[in-house]
Design a binder for this molecule. Sequence first.
Ligand SMILES: NC(=O)c1ccc[n+]([C@@H]2O[C@H](COP(=O)([O-])OP(=O)(O)OC[C@H]3O[C@@H](n4cnc5c(N)ncnc54)[C@H](OP(=O)(O)O)[C@@H]3O)[C@@H](O)[C@H]2O)c1
Length: 324
Amino acid sequence: MKKDSKIWVAGRHGLVGSAIIRNLEKDGYTNIINHEKDYKFDSSRQYAYDLRDAEHVYELYKKYDPEYVFLAAAKVGGIGMNNNQSGEMIYNNLLIQTNVINLAHKCDVKKLMFLGSSCIYPKLCPQPIKEEYLLTGELEKTNIGYAVAKIAGLTMCEMYRKQYGSNFISAMPTNLYGYGDNFHLENSHVLPAMIRKFHEAKLANTKMVELWGSGTPKREFLFIDDLAEGLIYLMDNYDEEGIINVGTGEDVSIQELAEIIKKVVGYEGQIMWDASKPDGTPRKLLDVSKINNLGWKAKTSLEDGVKKTYTWFQKNYNDKNTRL
Ligand SMILES: NC(=O)c1ccc[n+]([C@@H]2O[C@H](COP(=O)([O-])OP(=O)(O)OC[C@H]3O[C@@H](n4cnc5c(N)ncnc54)[C@H](OP(=O)(O)O)[C@@H]3O)[C@@H](O)[C@H]2O)c1
């Protein structure tokens, strides 16, 4: 990308999209499309451009003519949402990605990046997870709708490359966290949900915090600005067919994570584990040697990332735009 290339980040208000924009701006990119700037508010529309609607997406491509597209718009949630809204997960994600990818091809976009996720690898695949393990075993049942949609998206990028020569790539981020995350107690991911629980327990002076599952599964967490930096690096340095993992290459148990968050928040009560709630995949750690060999490595430690996120959360706790 040149500093004045036209770049469209789909999902600009999301955790990932906002971090990509923040990092592009920091790196001096001057031509980032803001497709909401000249949109006149229409109460019948949920989005300025609803990416589930091919006509909206076509209109957007024609109007702004992006050269580079980061596809960070999606319907995303934690175990609860994946399980309870599985129909919406598959429907929304299939439509969004099909429209954005297909019309990128039709409108001659130079390069597009699609985002998969570490949670779409087989439930019990060997650890750490190499890119070639995708589709080698049974998927995790709780997020099958989301996973099948994501697998369709990255396959679509590969097939468009094969048939039309499109430079469409797919990155596989691990679990993410950071500024602007979703802190809803049931529909969010484990790390932001824990930050909120410990924070509110500290404010209310509660003696005990109950957390989902046994606490034994191990997970990897990547700070959002590290991810954004990695994705921009891939946009500039990776032009191949295969998917590529983006993570830290290090994992912690959910219990260890809870202890870190408890300490950062300054909560002094007890933790109780509700083992009747589902744990999900026992371990999920990405093998990041491919991206490391390409020249990129994550730099923020988990404790530092949690501190930054908690500082942001405290500042924005009462803001109406914070997803609580
Ligand atoms: N978060 C993670 O831990 C994680 C891990 C691995 C991969 N990823 C991938 O990263 C990508 C972004 O995830 P995220 O965590 O940034 O999710 P997010 O915070 O929920 O952001 C997604 C964005 O997409 C927008 N969006 C959803 N439906 C739309 C539609 N029909 N039209 C227009 N915009 C729409 C959302 O707007 P509204 O909020 O207004 O609906 C939101 O701004 C996804 O592809 C996800 O699979 C995320």
